[in-house]
Design a protein around this ligand. Structure first.
Ligand SMILES: *[C@@H]1O[C@H](CO)[C@@H](O)[C@H](O)[C@H]1NC(C)=O
Length: 430
């Protein structure tokens, strides 16, 4: 009885898995043609990629859910080791890579790898570039669902054309909306219409072409909240926004008074000096972690305040601890004025240092996991190289000796002496 129950549970379970799998197509070289016909959301993987294996169930769920929503998006996955020429043609560089293909367009996904986020992405990029918000109630609704909300206000205009163009470029990151002026909440008053407005951090900012430059650049810079909890993913995503990131680094295990002070200084800078720093800085707090330590190469001692330039991997640290808002302001201003020396960066010396540190880290990890094996791996090449060096050196010495006439003569004489001795010995034997 029990076994039967078990068996049927197993059968249901197996069926569920098969059904889920049924919505994800395993693609091969025919995808080259296939992608031009329909909309495809594809995960590119490699069988040896352990993370891809862990991610697989999520991908099957994405397939099943999009199907049940009646989405026109087809979900597939491709083993890039079996179809390597197509993979390189599609410019797949890491695993897993997620892309959505729609006609001639390709949208690269680089958000968190969760079912909800991926489905949201698929729906967003397959929908219209700009969504119209018809009424106030809807506006409220959209506002509560988006931490960052870009809205074009007004009718048709050249600004709108630019906005649509920006939207179609940046829709991989977030949604874009449009509305008429009467749909806006009462508190929002615009001096001029048409306008592009971003709502974030409980307030709003209006795009100003003269000050902010190109619309796409502005949107790219403003698409993060001014103050946010940072992690390695958000830092990575902020990389191309072009703003400096000023943050308080905490040690979660040992929260101290100093740590709380740093955090509140950064928070204050973000909320009260928005007009002064908003254009150049992004603020946040972060726990000390390996990503950050990798970036600054092990020099972070939490708690501290640090400013990152993600465009060149450089960073700035104050010489003395910052005790007041005055200190922080002059530090941040100093960076903008070029008075604070940048450390790190991706110059040649820094790159060498980074390679050295990375290698050391890798070797330490390897050594901890398998000491003997690691020693062998390191010593064998060194042994071979050592032997080569030895061979080269000794070979060279012989050459050098040949140039030294007197020594050569002596040796010749010695050799002849030996020969004679040998000959004499041979004679004796006879
Ligand atoms: C950050 O890096 C970019 C790219 O190298 C550079 O143009 C910019 O001046 C840097 N910002 C600061 C404040 O050093």
């Amino acid at each position: 009885m029990a076994t039967m129950a078990l068996r049927s549970t197993y059968a249901v379970f197996a069926l569920a898995i098969t059904l889920a799998h049924a919505y994800v197509e395993h693609l091969d070289d025919t995808f080259k043609e296939l992608r031009k016909k329909d909309i495809w959301l594809v995960e590119f993987y490699a069988p040896w990629c352990a993370y891809c294996k862990t991610f697989e169930p999520v991908w099957y769920e994405v397939g099943a859910e999009l199907k049940s929503m009646g989405s026109e998006v087809n979900v597939g996955m491709m083993d890039c080791t079996s179809h390597s020429s197509l993979a390189s043609e599609l410019k797949i560089r890491g695993y897993p890579t997620i892309k959505l293909y729609k006609g001639e367009k390709v949208f690269h996904y680089n958000g968190p790898r969760t079912k909800a986020d991926i489905i949201e992405f698929a729906n967003r990029v397959t929908g219209p570039a700009v969504r119209a918000i018809p009424n106030q109630q809807m506006f409220q609704n959209v506002m509560t669902h988006n931490d960052i909300l870009f809205v074009y206000i007004g009718g048709s205009s050249t600004l709108k054309e630019k906005y649509v163009k920006t939207a179609s470029e940046l829709i991989v990151y977030l949604s874009f909306y449009s509305a008429l002026e009467n749909v806006l909440p009462k508190v929002v008053t615009l001096q001029e219409v048409p306008a592009v407005v971003v709502f974030k951090d409980g307030t709003f900012f209006i795009y100003d072409e003269k000050q902010d430059g190109d619309l796409t650049t502005w949107v790219n810079r403003e698409r993060f909240p001014y103050y946010t909890k940072l992690d390695s993913y958000t830092l990575y995503a902020m990389g191309d926004s072009g703003k400096l990131v000023a943050m308080a680094v905490e040690n979660e295990k040992k929260p101290s008074e100093e740590s709380i002070r740093f955090k509140s200084l950064i928070e204050t800078a973000a909320s009260e000096y928005k007009d002064h720093f908003g254009r150049d800085y992004q603020f946040g707090h972060m726990e000390e972690n390996s990503y950050l330590n990798g970036l600054v190469m092990g020099e972070v001692k939490a708690p501290c305040i640090i400013v990152l330039n993600l465009s060149n991997d450089g960073y700035f640290m104050p010489k003395k601890p910052l005790n007041s808002m005055q200190d922080l302001r002059s530090f941040l201003d100093g960076i903008l004025e070029g008075k604070v020396q940048q450390r790190g960066g991706n110059g040649a010396a820094q790159r060498v240092k980074r390679i050295y540190i990375d290698t050391k880290k890798t070797l330490t990890t390897m050594f901890e996991a398998a000491p003997i094996w690691t020693c062998l791996i390191i010593t064998i090449p060194f042994g071979v190289v050592g032997m080569l060096i030895y061979a080269t050196c000794t070979a060279k010495r012989v050459e050098e000796d040949e140039d030294e006439e007197p020594l050569r003569e002596v040796r010749k004489a010695l050799a002849q002496k030996e020969k004679k001795k040998d000959a004499a010995a041979a004679k004796k034997k006879d």
